[in-house]
Write a new protein. Structure first.
Length: 250
């Protein structure tokens, strides 16, 4: 599974994001769509519709690299494995996709919180009033998955955070209506065990259910393009994510 906020920190400016073996994924299985945002320019996302009309939605959030073809492929994998779910891979960079580690970090640091929240709200409205929304994100995207659970309210039925920065505002956490599946690594130098413990305490104070799964190793372990990739951990986490999400939609 694609992920990775912490990988390639020492790569050169010219290094390519994806040197992995080309896949057979055909992105025309989905389409790029726009959705309106009051007072701002429209948001963008890659949408793969459920095979039959459905109110089930999964919002997928990219990491610092942007809405790359790899993210679209992971959106497809989730769509294929979940069944009868509309998968919306949301672009938080308004069309920008990084081509080097340095550029990815610049995009992340220049990303505007208010704009990202506006995009999330626009996507929630786009899904419709009857939508059952699940959210999932990797690294930086994991933080936005959690924010989706906050802003979607009763529409949110599932939230998956792959080693993303937690929210510590208890008043915001009280707005979450679903439980949260949070996946961490015990040697992550970004989302450290100390931050994870603090998140657990804040969720407890907010009266919300946090299901935490911790793996041995580094953050970014689910990114096939990272030297931190761990096949066993990635496959185990993905199986648990599918079980969790399927239990919410069915």
């Amino acid at each position: 599974m694609y992920a990775g906020e912490t990988e390639k920190e020492n790569s050169s400016e010219e290094s390519s994001y994806n040197q992995a073996t080309p896949s057979a994924f055909d992105e025309t299985i989905g389409e790029m769509v726009n959705f309106s945002i009051p007072g701002e320019h429209p948001g963008n996302a890659y949408l793969i519709k459920a095979e039959t009309p459905s109110d089930n939605w999964l919002f997928v959030y990219h990491d610092r690299w942007g809405l790359s073809n790899d993210v679209k492929e992971e959106a497809f994998n989730l769509w294929k494995d979940l069944k009868n779910v509309n998968v919306l891979a949301i672009d938080l960079y308004d069309g920008k996709v990084a081509k080097s580690s340095g550029q990815a970090m610049r995009f992340l640091m220049s990303s505007q919180y208010n704009r990202n929240i506006s995009i999330i709200k626009g996507a929630i409205n786009y899904a419709g009033s009857n939508a059952k929304i699940g959210s999932l994100g990797w690294s930086a995207g994991g933080a936005w998955s959690l924010q989706t659970a906050i802003y979607a309210g009763e529409k949110e039925v599932a939230c998956v955070v792959y080693y993303g920065m937690p929210e510590y505002d208890v008043n915001k956490l009280k707005l979450i209506q679903s439980d949260v599946l949070a996946i961490f690594a015990d040697m992550d130098t970004w989302i450290t065990p100390g931050l994870v413990n603090r998140f657990q305490s804040q969720m407890d104070e907010a009266g919300k259910e946090l299901r935490e799964i911790e793996y041995k190793g580094s953050g970014g372990f689910a990114n096939k393009n990272s030297d931190k990739y761990n096949y066993e951990n990635a496959e185990n986490a993905y199986a648990q994510v599918l079980e969790y999400l399927n239990s919410k939609y069915n």
